[in-house]
Structures are given as structure tokens and as C-alpha cells.
Design a protein around this ligand. Structure first.
Ligand SMILES: [Mn+2]
Length: 320
């Protein structure tokens, strides 16, 4: 790992979680998502500038790895007109690693933002203590420990960005990486999980799950989630502390279509009718209504028939 110095000193860091920039309106959102999410990213970059924080993105900058319209790339590049660093998430890459055909490669090649995979960055802060920021993108292993190639007193504070299925309380169903003490790493800030969950302390390593800056799916978790960025500032003594900063956002009910509920007594007929009602009520860009309808109704077909229908639906709804 190479440690490169930041171009200047900063007061602290700002982690921007999973922006999922996209030209389409996802799921059951009913607002102008492409404009709204661009505004959120702009707000975050402006907040970082106003508070002298180095901006960082913890993966899933884009929702689709490829086939993004050029205006979306141009607008993101305009926002990244200053020093910032990122890792890539599962949504940023078509295969499980970065390739030239992924939109995020355009951002990295143009030096609008720099990828943290091969490089970590060393930041001088106003507290007099250095911060080193490294990261592991989607699919890259998280280091078990970190030894700095130089001795420094006081030792720099080390932040590690990840985009992984980390098993923190509230994410047991998919999380398989158990938080552990990582000697040499003080704070892990994980993207990928879209809701804010409680920090976990293991040895000297704090594992943080800040959640993302927007709500993408119509769910109870999204209803409870307050879109926020995560700032890391010098704290008492020579330490650092993190805090969540709310990103301006609309009420949940203004952002999502209401679910269509059917009160029919025949359960089999009921899911069919509810799904149909959902389909008829609105046409979503990503075919969310169709997907939900199929999920509710496909189990009545033979597996191979259901699979064929699923395949066909994917062809129709995916822009890939
Ligand atoms: Mn994500």
C-alpha cells in the first residue's frame, strides 16, 4: 500500500454513504430522484467545503455500473472538482472487479476523485495529528491489521472505508464478516448497508454503519432511516470522533408511492389482485411493480416456467 499525502491540511473528514447516482427513478419513489440525489451529493460536497472536510465516498457512487447517460457523469465530475477519494461498491462494477467499461472508471481516470484501493491518503489535521484513510472496495479483503511503513509520534489515526456485508446488530441476515479488532485501524466506516446501525467496538477498532444519503426502497427500514453523512473530527486529547449530519430530505410519504392494500378474504386471489392493483396504479421506471407482482405470484407455477418468466421480466426491466 502506498500512502500519498493530501494536497493540503483539513479540519476533518466527511464520509458520504452510497449515493447511487442514477438517471432513472428507482423502486416506488415518486419524486424526481435523478435531480434529488444530485442535489444531495451537491449538498454533501458543499457541506464538506464549508467545514473544511475531505470528502470520501464509501462505494456505490452509481447505481448502474454502465449505461449511465453522459449528463450524469458530467454532473458528478463537476461536483468532484476538488480533492476527494472513494472506494467502489457492488453497484459500481459489472463484474466483481473494476473494468474500463464501468462509469466509475471514467471518474477515476479523469482524476475527478481518486480510488483508495492501491493508495491510502495521509491528511494533516488542525489538531496536529495525522489521519490516514485507506479502503477496501467491494470484493477486496479488509486488512486484518495495518502496519505503517513509518514510525510517527503520535501515531496517525487510521480510518478504513469498506463496502462489505458486515455482521453488525440489525444486519445479521446477510452480514457474514464479523467485526473484529484490527490492530492499527481505529475506525472502519462501512457503506453497503443502507440504514444507520449502532457502532460496534472491538478492541481498539470501532466499526461504524452510517447508512446512505438517500432512501431507495419502500420499506420500514427506509421509513426509519434519516439520510445523513458522517463526519470525523479531532476530539479531546489526540483522538478523533464521528458524528452524523442530517442531509436535507423530504418526508417519507412525499418520497414513496403508498402501498396498495387489498382487503379481499381469499388469500391467493388477494395477492394476485394486490399485485395487479399495484401494477395498474403506477408505472415505475425500474418496473418495481412488475417485480413485486411476479414475486407474489410466481410460486404457483412450475419452477422452470417461473424462472423463464423471471428472466423475461429482467430483460424488460433492466437497462443493462
Ligand atoms: Mn448500496
Amino acid at each position: 500500500m502506498k500512502i500519498v499525502p493530501a494536497s493540503r491540511a483539513y479540519s476533518g473528514l466527511l464520509v458520504i454513504g452510497d449515493p447511487h447516482m442514477e438517471a432513472r427513478v428507482p423502486g416506488f419513489r415518486k419524486d424526481d430522484y435523478p435531480a434529488v440525489i444530485m442535489e444531495k451529493l451537491r449538498w454533501a460536497m458543499d457541506y464538506a467545503a464549508a467545514h473544511d472536510l475531505l470528502p470520501l465516498v464509501s462505494g456505490d457512487l452509481f447505481n448502474l455500473p454502465r449505461n449511465n447517460p453522459n449528463w450524469l457523469l458530467v454532473d458528478v465530475m463537476r461536483l468532484f472538482d476538488r480533492e476527494m477519494f472513494f472506494i467502489y461498491g457492488n453497484h459500481d462494477v459489472h463484474e466483481n472487479r473494476l473494468s474500463k467499461d464501468d462509469s466509475i472508471s471514467v471518474i477515476a481516470e479523469a482524476r475527478n476523485g481518486r480510488l483508495l484501493d492501491e493508495n491510502a491518503v495521509c491528511v494533516e489535521t488542525v489538531s496536529g495529528r495525522q489521519v490516514i484513510v485507506g479502503g477496501s472496495s467491494w470484493g477486496s479483503p479488509i486488512p486484518e491489521k495495518l502496519e505503517l511503513p513509518f514510525a510517527q509520534n503520535p501515531r496517525p489515526f487510521v480510518v478504513w472505508l469498506t463496502h462489505h456485508d458486515i455482521r453488525v446488530p440489525g444486519y445479521e441476515e446477510k452480514g457474514y464478516i464479523r467485526p473484529a479488532p484490527l490492530p492499527g485501524i481505529d475506525m472502519v466506516v462501512n457503506g453497503h448497508i443502507h440504514r444507520r446501525l449502532d457502532p460496534v467496538q472491538k478492541g481498539n477498532t470501532q466499526w461504524i454503519t452510517p447508512g446512505n444519503i438517500s432512501r431507495r426502497s419502500r420499506s420500514d427500514a427506509a421509513r426509519a432511516h434519516v439520510p445523513a453523512v458522517f463526519r470525523i473530527d479531532p476530539a479531546c486529547g489526540m483522538s478523533f470522533a464521528g458524528s452524523h449530519v442530517e442531509v436535507p430530505h423530504q418526508l417519507y410519504d412525499c418520497v414513496f408511492h403508498e402501498a396498495v392494500i387489498d382487503a379481499s378474504e381469499d388469500e391467493q386471489a388477494s395477492v394476485f389482485v394486490a399485485g395487479l392493483a399495484e401494477l395498474q396504479a403506477r408505472r415505475t421506471h425500474t418496473g418495481e411493480g412488475l417485480k413485486m407482482f411476479l414475486e407474489k405470484n410466481l410460486d404457483r407455477f412450475e419452477t422452470d416456467v417461473a424462472d423463464e418468466i423471471r428472466k423475461l421480466a429482467r430483460k424488460v426491466t433492466e437497462n443493462e
